[in-house]
Design a protein around this ligand. Sequence first.
Ligand code: GTB
Length: 218
Amino acid sequence: MIPIITAFEQSPDRGRGLARDMPVRWALEEVGQPYDVRLVSFGDMKERAHRSLQPFGQIPTYEEHDLVLFESGAIVFHIAERYKGLLPNHTGARARAITWMFAALSTVEPVIVQREVSLYLESDKPWCEERLPIVEERIRSRLAELGARLGNQEWLDDAFSAGDLLMVQVLRRLSGSNILDDYPNLGDYVARGEARPAFKRAFEAQLTVFTGKADTKR
Ligand code: GTB
């Protein structure tokens, strides 16, 4: 069975590939696994049928035979374990790649999301002007640490892995700001991720949904 994922019928990111179906699409493209997409509206997501797949009424979900998954990180992890290409075979290298997956989602992404919350949900609050620079400072400190570790390496460990896929996708959330400009090796790292043919196919697929020419079979 070809896996089926869910994605926004009309993504609020306007096709910039920032919604969380993007890392799942990218992972599937990296391993060469075709997939189908079921597009859902904001209304559909909150219905019982979708909540039986995703208890929080969100996208993405992943269905493969009788396996149903939610949480983009868990889905990418499953794809990386199920198919070849996103996790090294060597036990140590594999554990390190998985560590970077967690670092992306639990150490780097939360500070970036705090900024989005400030900008999009709290901008009318009187304290927002004071809070935003504090939040941005937290992002900068994480980026400085990540950039120091990456140095002039191509990827976070020896070879591109699911850890890089998630880290690049997390850093892409800063694309509307100029924050990454101050961390040139991280900017180059994101550009290397975006230059991968699998990224481009995934990006094009979600953009096509936004522009209205969706082919839901990939
Ligand atoms: N932890 C979950 C995961 O990783 O799968 C989070 C899933 C999630 O946040 N899904 C969002 C959703 O369904 C879409 S991607 N939201 C609807 C809801 O909660 O009611 C989040 C997202 C949306 C838009 C942008 N953007 O416009 O830049 C970026 C990210």
